[in-house]
Design a protein around this ligand. Structure first.
Ligand SMILES: Nc1ncnc2c1ncn2[C@@H]1O[C@H](COP(=O)(O)OP(=O)(O)OP(=O)(O)O)[C@@H](O)[C@H]1O
Length: 250
């Protein structure tokens, strides 16, 4: 396999379960470098479980995960240096400022002298004005941008976002969308995004996968998807057409 064909994310025969009950069944998936991949699925389909495995937080029962061709669990420290993760709910210390929170988290993850990089990242995210404000006073959208700063501080090659626009107002949704596109365009980051918001997928993603009850029932480029389903008026209809029909999207 040469450089150009090594996927950013390679998943082979991945299975996982809790308390003896399997929730991910034999998942195979590959995401090319430079993609913005939208991972769709109803509640309980297994999206967060998959993301927790891809970010090496959870070791799978069976199967392999590789990041740019390297086994993620052979050296999870190395894998973590390649990836950034914005979980659905990030916990910050409300009585600490943006800078103090990011400094603390950066030191925890082993970055020495992180301040210059924090300043540079906040500048990139257009958030410098809130550097010395306490996170406890922030809106959900502002907290999300601090979360994004935390996720990209070490300049990862792959960014994992779990429902990044959940609970945001329309302007917050737009801000996150624009930042995701900017990180992909300017820094070449591969983005893997769990989402319920089908409208966001068509505005942001280059390829989509649909997970239904722990099985990948669809994976293709957004362009192919829109061509293949010309009569479906929305991505939601496409979602149902390809098998995500057992449950609501909320
Ligand atoms: N720590 C856990 N212990 C036991 N069961 C779990 C655990 N985490 C998830 N599950 C179960 O695994 C299944 C998949 O959950 P998961 O959170 O991965 O789905 P999801 O697609 O991310 O759903 P949502 O959109 O609601 O976040 C669900 O049936 C869930 O109840």
């Amino acid at each position: 396999m040469n450089e150009t064909t090594i996927p950013a994310i390679g998943i082979e025969r991945l299975s996982h379960g809790y308390n003896g009950k399997e929730v991910l069944h034999d998942l195979d998936l590959s995401v090319a470098a430079g993609e913005i991949f939208g991972f769709l699925g109803h509640n309980g389909a297994g999206k967060t479980t998959t993301m927790n495995i891809l970010t090496t937080l959870v070791k799978p029962v069976s199967g392999t995960v590789s990041l740019f061709g390297e086994d993620a669990f052979a050296d999870s420290g190395r894998a973590r240096s390649m990836l950034g993760y914005l979980p659905e709910n990030v916990n910050f210390y409300d009585n600490l400022t943006t800078l103090e929170n990011l400094h603390y988290l950066a030191r925890l993850s082993g970055l020495r002298d992180p301040k210059p990089r924090i300043l540079q990242t906040l500048d990139y995210l257009d958030f410098t004005a809130h550097l010395d404000e306490r996170v406890g006073s922030f809106s959900k959208g502002m907290r999300q941008r601090v979360g994004l700063a935390q996720a990209i501080l070490h300049e990862p090659k792959i960014l994992f976002l779990d429902e990044p626009t959940s609970g945001l107002d329309p302007s917050g949704v737009k801000q996150v969308r624009e930042l995701v596109l900017k990180l992909n365009r300017e820094r070449g980051m591969t983005i893997f995004m769990n989402t319920h918001l089908l409208s966001e997928v068509s505005l942001t993603c280059t390829s989509i996968g649909v997970l239904s009850a722990g099985r990948l029932v669809y994976h293709d480029s957004l362009q192919e998807t829109l061509q293949r389903f010309p009569t479906e008026n929305s991505l939601e209809e496409i979602y149902y057409a390809v098998g995500g029909s057992n449950g609501g999207m909320g």
